[in-house]
Design a binder for this molecule. Structure first.
Ligand SMILES: [Fe+2]
Ligand SMILES: [Fe+2]
Length: 273
């Protein structure tokens, strides 16, 4: 229990309350909802995405700057968002938008400490590439959807990092002991980052499949929902819990380890942080 103005408050309720009031973001919620619906739809077009993203200055500016970066620029400078999106390509544009919403719309909004942002960002990006590799190699699910959900899978931790050093100590203990952080969170706060993240995903209007994966990504691989299993396996692999993976998934991830590292670093450099 903690005290707030002399009144004892339950930490579980405190975490949920923080998630419930998380309505306002620099990316307006209605735009974010539309962005995620378009991104979640494998058949969506570049024109549909452009129709929504053009209203967000920060994301538009980032896509234009990436199109003009050494990685993409072929000598002619690109000034329009539409041309920039064509240059970068629909799939990569979707990935960059998800990264931007997570970094600027969510993590910056919470004014997290720089090292907390870096740790959570690097983890999320690595899990996203591991999930993409799994989806591609096993041809089970849309790799882009696996990437997007994985970027957001630990969004509930944003609320916990707001509790400061007390939470950082839990993260360190879980990592040192290679134990599941959720067990530590439930003992300390009476709730874990899956449940808090699920609450956030409802407040922000994420598609249902995103919310389902966020709520259950620490459960064991059960073969029931492939997209959730992909996120689970990718997360367990990146956290060093690969002993819990089915053999086929473990083999794919071990084979793709170098690609995951290289691609994670490439996107990290393009997007920043
Ligand atoms: Fe997690
Ligand atoms: Fe994770």
């Amino acid at each position: 229990m903690i005290r707030d103005g002399g009144k004892p408050r339950n930490l579980r309720e405190e975490a949920l309350e923080r998630a419930r009031v998380a309505k306002t973001l620099p990316v307006p919620t209605s735009v974010m909802k539309r962005v995620f619906r378009i991104i979640a739809d494998a058949d969506s077009s570049l024109a549909q995405l452009h129709g929504v993203v053009k209203y967000d200055q920060a994301i538009s500016a980032k896509i234009i700057s990436i199109a003009n970066s050494a990685y993409y620029c072929r000598g002619t400078s690109i000034a329009s968002l539409e041309k920039a999106m064509i240059t970068v390509g629909l799939k990569e544009t979707k990935r960059i938008i998800v990264c931007m919403v997570f970094l600027q719309g969510i993590m910056t909004r919470w004014k997290l400490r720089r090292d907390d942002v870096t740790a959570l960002w690097k983890h999320s990006l690595t899990v996203a590439h591991a999930a993409k590799a799994l989806a591609e190699k096993l041809a089970m699910e849309d790799p882009e959807e696996a990437f997007t959900i994985s970027i957001l899978h630990d969004v509930g931790k944003v609320i916990f990092y707001g509790f400061g050093d007390r939470y950082r100590a839990l993260v360190d203990d879980a990592s040192l002991l290679r134990q599941d952080i959720c067990d530590f969170e439930r003992i300390e706060y009476g709730i874990d980052h899956q449940e808090v993240g699920h609450e956030l995903s409802i407040v922000w209007g994420f598609p249902e499949e995103f919310s389902d994966a966020i709520l259950a990504h620490h459960n064991p691989h059960d073969g029931e929902t492939p997209i959730i299993d992909i996120v689970r396996d990718a997360d367990a692999f990146v956290c060093g819990r690969e002993g819990s993976l089915p053999e086929r998934e473990r083999a794919v991830l071990q084979n793709e380890k170098d690609w995951i590292t290289v691609e994670t670093e490439r996107i990290r450099q393009l997007v920043g942080v």
